[in-house]
Design a protein. Structure first.
Length: 60
């Protein structure tokens, strides 16, 4: 990797992961999930894998 996207969001994620005990994959996933506004139904570590035409009531 030759460039990094360091911004307010990535800094908050890193700080949250550190407060959870360190920069492990699990802590980074939890910190990222806590840092964005995603409906609880779609907060999974694997991401949404269902029918995109039914998510949020269909295509917009």
């Amino acid at each position: 990797m030759t460039s990094y996207d360091i911004n307010a969001l990535t800094t908050r994620i890193a700080q949250r992961a550190k407060s959870l005990g360190g920069y492990t994959r699990q802590n980074m996933v939890l910190a990222a999930g806590d840092s964005v506004n995603v409906p609880d139904a779609n907060k999974t570590t694997t991401g949404f894998r269902g029918d995109p035409t039914s998510q949020y009531g269909g295509w917009h």
